[in-house]
Each structure stands twice: as structure tokens, then as C-alpha cells.
Design a binder for this molecule. Structure first.
Ligand code: MG
Length: 458
């Protein structure tokens, strides 16, 4: 605790008899750092031999590193909707055949959704969004409409708003034109720069995040820090450009790693580390069709856009020194679990009427208790493509991330054992009809609870 915060709480105790202190002290801060298109194999602590990520490696060494952590969906928009609502994106209408929001989309995250920011704000938290939003630009869907006190970042992906005449393939270039995209930088909903200077975005995002943390030592806070990179087009500030073995992709990841280090160092300096849960994850797998400018899914199959493991299994690290014992876990978890986990740490009620799809990870994070076995559902757009329970994963449909191969419908489904075959190479469905029957029952039960909301992305 910072000396100032301590002094304030002491004064509060004297004035009000001490009761509010317990509440204030027991509400932990929540920081979610969400990378964009970072692959399972792109960090040192996940086996990258070419990208140096000392800060994330240290975060993993001091925290709990997940081997089996999933993003909310296979691409940006539904993945972010899932994180902030705690629900599969189909439930909020944020998953559709057109897979993400574009600048011309009429829809966005519906105001009726209770975002994590809204739930935590109701519990007394200060809330900030820094980075990419991609959940809607129209009234009702914007960060300040969805529970954030402040917001600084891009309204959607950095490869949207292409300038006329921009040559095909520019976004995947190792040296993209700085003025090729007219994407604006917004501060609390107002355009402050257009086009955004992408080379300094990570640094400026980090300054905003650090300032927010410093200003809120006395009050519980929620920081949703959604990086623009390593989504193409790739840029890095001069301090990082040209320094990585892995080209501009590695430079961008190295700068993101620096940013994580700054956030954690600020929490330590302010005396907040022991009372702040920090989660690091990625919104989907690497964009493999960008070749050298796309990342690596390591040993996992395929990448962004697909429901093979490489599309949705991502780095996942939880950090809270003194509360989370360092280690590695193979328990399955996903960003859907962050919502209920955060509400427990905030001592906030779980929203009634809303179907949440995740569970509180507290027993695993703080007591190393195994989580109950539960299914995870892989959607591509608004279609359920696969289901995992335990080590088993059944694919009902498969398609490569960006349509390089046609859709395949599998009857009977493909079945893989992710423990013995993490790369999904050997279909063993014929030998395990009992497993498929079990998964089939889980899928039927899941479908019965999912009421698709009006699609927002078309
Ligand atoms: Mg993404």
C-alpha cells in the first residue's frame, strides 16, 4: 500500500470506526492486458526461440502460467465481447457471418449487456480502457457508454480505414507506410489524432495506463489494456525497431513486453502489486497468412480465424505476488472466466438473469485447487465448430483461418486427444464412440441455453 493510501485509510478508520476499511482493502484491483493476434508460441516463456520477452517471462515466473488458456473467440470483435461480457459472443449478437466490426458496421456491443466495467463500476471501481476497442463506434457501444470512466485508443483495428490507393498487401508488409491508414486515436470519445501515429502507440498507451494506476492508489480500479499490436500493420517505436531477430513482428512484441514490465513495475512501486490481479492474454491466435508479419502458434495447429487450437489457445498468465503462488498449470481456462473471477475479487454480486459462461478461477489461482471439468465451445462466427472437455476435443466443422481451404463438415466429428496429440494430427474418433456421445450431450445442453441476440456485425 502506498504511504498516502495508508494515511487515507488510517484517517478513515479514525473517522468512521474502521468498518469501511475491510471492504476497501478486500476489493482487489483488476488489470487485464489483452494482446492482439499474439500467438501461443510468441513469448520466451511459451518457447519462442527468437523473441525476447523478459518482462512477460518474469511475470510468468512470479505468477501462474496457463498451458491451456483460451481466448473468447477466433477473431478480434467476438473475443473482446466475450471477455467484457463473460459470455460467448453469440449471446450478445457480437458473433456473425461477417466476423468482426468494420467502420461501416451499424451495430456494436448492445447497451443492455452488463460489461465487466459496468459491474465493477457499480462496486465502486474506477475504470479505464486503454488501447483497441473494436466493440462499436455508435452511441451505446463506445467505451464511455459501456462502463469506462476514461478511454484512450483506437476505435477498431489498425488496418481499417485504408487510405485510397494503398497497394494491396500493405498491411502485411515488413515496412508498412506510416500514413497508409486513416484510423483515428480517440481520447474519451474525441479524435485527438488522425491518422494515429502507430509507431508510438504502444508507448503512449503505456503512459496512459501507468498514469491511471498512479492516480488510483486510494480506490479500487479496473484497467482494461487492449494493445493494438502485434496486429498488422506492424510498427514499433525507435527504441525497439530493428532490434529483434524476428523482424518487425518481434520488435512489436518486444515493445509490448516492455509495456507489461512498465505496468507491473508501477504496481510494485505504488505498493499495489499484492492487491492487484493482472491477467495477460491474447484475443486470438497468430495471423498466419501474414507470413513473416504473423506470429507463431508454436506446436498448435493453424492460427487466427480458425477453431483449431492455434486459433484460440493463447498465452495466459495470472500475476498477483503473495497471493498467487508461482507455477504452471494445465487446468483449462479462458477469458470467459475473468468476469466471474473479477466480481468475486470485487466482492460484487454476480449479475442475475445473465447467463455467464465462465467460472471463478479463484480456487485455482489462490489455492491451487483443480477446477471442475467443464466444456469449452469453439465458435467461428456464429457457428459452433468444436467442443473440448478434459483432454478431448471434437470438431464438427473445420476450416482454415482465412479460407485457404473450404469448409469441411464432419459427420461423425473428428476427435483429438489434446494431451497425447496437442497438434491435432491424429483423429481417433473411431476408437472412442463413448467420448463423442458425452460431448454430444454437452453440446445439446449448451445449445439449449444459447439464445442468439440480433446480429450486430452485418
Ligand atoms: Mg485479434
Amino acid at each position: 500500500m502506498s504511504p498516502f493510501r495508508h494515511a487515507c485509510l488510517f484517517a478513515f478508520t479514525v473517522l468512521f470506526g474502521g468498518l469501511p476499511i475491510a471492504a476497501a482493502e478486500s476489493q482487489s484491483n483488476i488489470v487485464v492486458i489483452y494482446a492482439d493476434d499474439l500467438g501461443y508460441g510468441d513469448l520466451g516463456c511459451y518457447g519462442s526461440p527468437v523473441i525476447r520477452t523478459p518482462n512477460l517471462d518474469r511475470m510468468a515466473a512470479e505468477g501462474l502460467r496457463f498451458t491451456d488458456f483460451y481466448s473468447g473467440a477466433e477473431v478480434c470483435t467476438p473475443s473482446r465481447a466475450a471477455l467484457l461480457t463473460g459470455r460467448y459472443a453469440l449471446r450478445s449478437g457480437m458473433a456473425a457471418a461477417r466476423r468482426v466490426l468494420f467502420p461501416d458496421s451499424k451495430g456494436g456491443l448492445p447497451p443492455a449487456e452488463v460489461t465487466l466495467a459496468e459491474a465493477l463500476k457499480d462496486a465502486g471501481y474506477a475504470t479505464a480502457h486503454v488501447g483497441k476497442w473494436h466493440l462499436g463506434i455508435h452511441p451505446g457501444s463506445r467505451p464511455l457508454d459501456q462502463g469506462f470512466d476514461r478511454s484512450y485508443g483506437l476505435p477498431y483495428s489498425n488496418d481499417m480505414d485504408k487510405k485510397p490507393g494503398l497497394p494491396q498487401g500493405s498491411s502485411g508488409s515488413p515496412n508498412p507506410p506510416a500514413d497508409g491508414w486513416n484510423v483515428p486515436l480517440l481520447h474519451n470519445g474525441k479524435i485527438i489524432e488522425q491518422p494515429a501515429n502507430q509507431s508510438t502507440l504502444t508507448r503512449r498507451y503505456t503512459e496512459q495506463a501507468v498514469a491511471f494506476i498512479r492516480e488510483h492508489g486510494q480506490r479500487p480500479f479496473f484497467l482494461y489494456f487492449a494493445h493494438t499490436f502485434p496486429h498488422v500493420p506492424l510498427f514499433a517505436s525507435p527504441a525497439f525497431k530493428g532490434k529483434s531477430r524476428a523482424g518487425i513482428y518481434g520488435d512489436a512484441v518486444a515493445e509490448l513486453d516492455w509495456s507489461v514490465g512498465e505496468v507491473l513495475a508501477t504496481l510494485r512501486k505504488e505498493g499495489l502489486a499484492e492487491n492487484t490481479l493482472v491477467i495477460f492474454a491474447s484475443d486470438n491466435g497468430p495471423w498466419l497468412t501474414m507470413r513473416d508479419q504473423g506470429g507463431s502458434a508454436g506446436l498448435l495447429r493453424d492460427g487466427k480465424g480458425s477453431t483449431w487450437e492455434g486459433g484460440m489457445r493463447v498465452p495466459g498468465i495470472a500475476w498477483m505476488p503473495g497471493r498467487i503462488q508461482p507455477g504452471v498449470t494445465s487446468e483449462m481456462a479462458s477469458v470467459l472466466d475473468l468476469y466471474p473471477t473479477a466480481l468475486v475479487l470485487a466482492q460484487a454480486p454476480q449479475p442475475d438473469k445473465l447467463a455467464l459462461d465462465g467460472i471463478d478461477l479463484g480456487p485455482l489461482l489462490f489455492h491451487r485447487q483443480p477446477l471442475p471439468e467443464r466444456p469449452f465451445f469453439y465458435y467461428r462466427g456464429n457457428e459452433l465448430f468444436a467442443c473440448r472437455v478434459g483432454e478431448w476435443k471434437a470438431h464438427f466443422r473445420t476450416q482454415t483461418g482465412y479460407g485457404q481451404a473450404p469448409l469441411e463438415v464432419h459427420e461423425p466429428p473428428l476427435l483429438f486427444h489434446l494431451g497425447r496429440d496437442p497438434s491435432e494430427k491424429r483423429d481417433v474418433a473411431a476408437a472412442h464412440p463413448d467420448v463423442f456421445e458425452r460431448i454430444s450431450r454437452l453440446v445439446t445442453a449448451h445449445r439449449a441455453t444459447v439464445v442468439p441476440a440480433p446480429p450486430q456485425l452485418n
